[in-house]
Design a protein around this ligand. Structure first.
Ligand code: ATP
Ligand code: MG
Length: 172
């Protein structure tokens, strides 16, 4: 069992210096209840790190990166950015090994997203890049099935009326 929210909290501070350096507004939005799935915490950590790394890397100075958890009958993690976006024609291809969108001035090997997808599949999760509805940037969305136990644990009230809290990283 892995609590995705706890896993995120434990890793977000590692990204704070980079976000600060680019003057990126870095936030976490959660429902306030544990988001528990069956899985491997080391692999899930790699998955989340790769998505957050991309969000910060491909977002120019002064943008926003928001990591969000959503609890429905699925467990959802979104990493939203206001960055350069992914062209429609590349939206699936970026999950191929070594594929990088042409013209990016950032360096990388094009292996992050293939690893993300492989880890997602091991957890029966779906990962996709969605154009940010704000008109700029990307939402990397990972949708996990909830384990039976997690559903049993879930507070019915929370599921019906999820509370949402937003906070800055680091706190204060
Ligand atoms: P690395 O292996 O270090 O992760 P990478 O970031 O180039 O290198 P991927 O993470 O696989 O490789 O991403 C593939 C490509 O998809 C990137 O090169 C970039 O063109 C595009 N991309 C990924 N995430 C985003 C994002 N959040 N915004 C814009 N483009 C993105
Ligand atoms: Mg990457």
């Amino acid at each position: 069992r892995v609590d995705l929210e706890a896993l995120l909290r434990a890793m977000l501070s590692d990204f704070v210096p980079r976000a600060r350096q680019k003057n990126i507004d870095f936030g976490l939005e959660t429902t306030g209840s544990p988001l528990v799935i069956d899985g491997n915490p080391v692999l899930l950590g790699e998955l989340l790190k790769n998505l957050i790394d991309n969000a910060i890397k491909y977002t120019p100075e002064g943008g926003c990166v928001t990591v969000r958890t959503i609890a429905t009958e699925r467990a959802i993690v979104e990493v939203e950015d206001t960055g350069i976006g992914v062209p429609d024609t590349d939206r699936e291809r970026v999950f191929e090994r070594f594929y990088r969108v042409l013209g990016s001035s950032e360096s990388g090997s094009g292996l992050g997203l293939p690893i993300v997808r492989e880890i997602a599949e091991l957890h029966r999760a779906k990962v996709s890049l969605i154009p940010n509805p704000c008109g700029k940037g990307t939402i990397a969305q990972v949708v996990f099935p909830r384990s039976r136990g997690a559903l049993d644990d879930a507070n019915a009230l929370d599921l019906q009326a999820p509370r949402s809290t937003a906070e800055q990283f680091p706190p204060g």
